[in-house]
Ligand binder design. Structure first.
Ligand code: AMP
Length: 305
């Protein structure tokens, strides 16, 4: 196995610098994850490896973003299989720290606040989730920041390596918030969004899908079907008629719908055009969340017309 596992921030920094030097490279790609990796994560890793000289991934189940201790405890942990998957994609380095390494003083006193953008949609049913998620993303982006280790005479601008971090479109609100954090707080990193990877039947891949029974998994397909319906209407320059798509989801008894709306992809504010009789024009994002059996599922689809 060519991939290397490190567990401390100091090792990550040193190993990242060493690899950049060894490869004569000038760019580092970083893929933060919580492990239990699937083909969606593999696509993130592949995208990062293709665009950067050195690629690091992190695996850390962040207690700060779980409101529910049971959910945290049962989050799947599959480090060996995760390492194999990342190795197969050509990732150089995996950072899998302990909770103590990331939070040596227990809960951090100072945190990133996600603000109004973090309080709606997912934030409304998971209070504090995005503050916790952004706080750890901020820490991880700092840990992996490539400083030092560039070869003498490197082509990189001013001696600094290009730094790119990869996030899935699947978690659209997280992506929008990470983009805002990086812009608002001047993090020296480029955020790259990777389209959602789906199973053949349309279900968006998620580490939580393993908790669905066969019957629940079948029922869960209504989420991606309803999103596809809106996408087809947008592509055909038809009115979106969101209420009929909502009805489709509500007709599935195993699915308990939380929200389903069409929003601005950056602000996540609902777009007025959703329910109008006029054809959809412009750029939108259809977002949906529902509970299916024991699992809360989220999905979304970009709309362009
Ligand atoms: P997680 O381990 O669930 O926190 O996810 C780590 C990263 O993988 C996040 O940026 C997610 O948005 C991304 N991701 C998760 N599922 C998918 C998927 N089905 N397609 C693309 N990216 C995904």
């Amino acid at each position: 196995m060519a991939i290397k596992l490190v567990t401390t921030a100091a090792e990550l920094r040193a190993e990242g610098a060493r690899l950049l030097k060894e490869k004569g490279g000038s760019s580092l790609g970083f893929v933060p994850t919580m492990g239990a990796l699937h083909s969606g994560h593999a696509t993130l890793a592949r995208t990062a490896v293709a665009a950067n000289d050195v690629t690091a991934a992190s695996i850390f189940v962040n207690p700060l973003q779980f409101g529910d201790a049971v959910d945290l405890d049962r989050y799947p942990r599959t480090l060996e299989a995760d390492m194999d998957l990342l190795d197969a994609e050509g990732v150089d380095l995996v950072f899998a720290p302990s909770v103590e390494e990331v939070y040596p003083d227990g809960q951090p006193l100072v945190r990133v606040t996600s603000g109004p953008l973090g309080e709606k949609w997912e934030g409304a049913s998971r209070p504090g989730h995005f503050d916790g998620a952004l706080t750890v993303v901020a820490k991880l982006l700092h840990y992996a920041l490539p400083i030092g280790g560039l070869p003498a005479g490197s082509a990189a601008d001013g001696g600094a390596a290009a730094y790119r971090a990869y996030f899935g479109q699947k978690d659209a609100q997280q992506l929008a918030l990470v983009r805002r954090m990086v812009a608002d707080l001047n993090f020296p990193v480029e955020i790259v969004a990777v389209p959602t990877v789906r199973a053949e039947d349309g279900l968006a891949l998620s580490s939580r899908n393993r908790f669905l029974s066969a019957e629940e998994r079948e029922a869960a397909l209504v989420l991606s079907r309803a999103l596809r319906l809106l996408e087809q209407r947008a592509d055909a320059h038809e009115p979106l008629d969101l209420p009929s798509a909502v009805e489709l989801v509500r007709s599935q008894p195993l699915v308990e719908l939380d929200y389903f709306d069409v929003v601005d992809p950056r602000t996540l504010e609902p777009l007025a055009e959703n329910c109008q009789d006029t054809p959809f024009r412009g750029e939108g994002l259809a977002i949906i969340a529902a509970k299916v059996g024991p699992v809360r599922l989220i999905d979304n689809i970009p709309l362009n017309s």
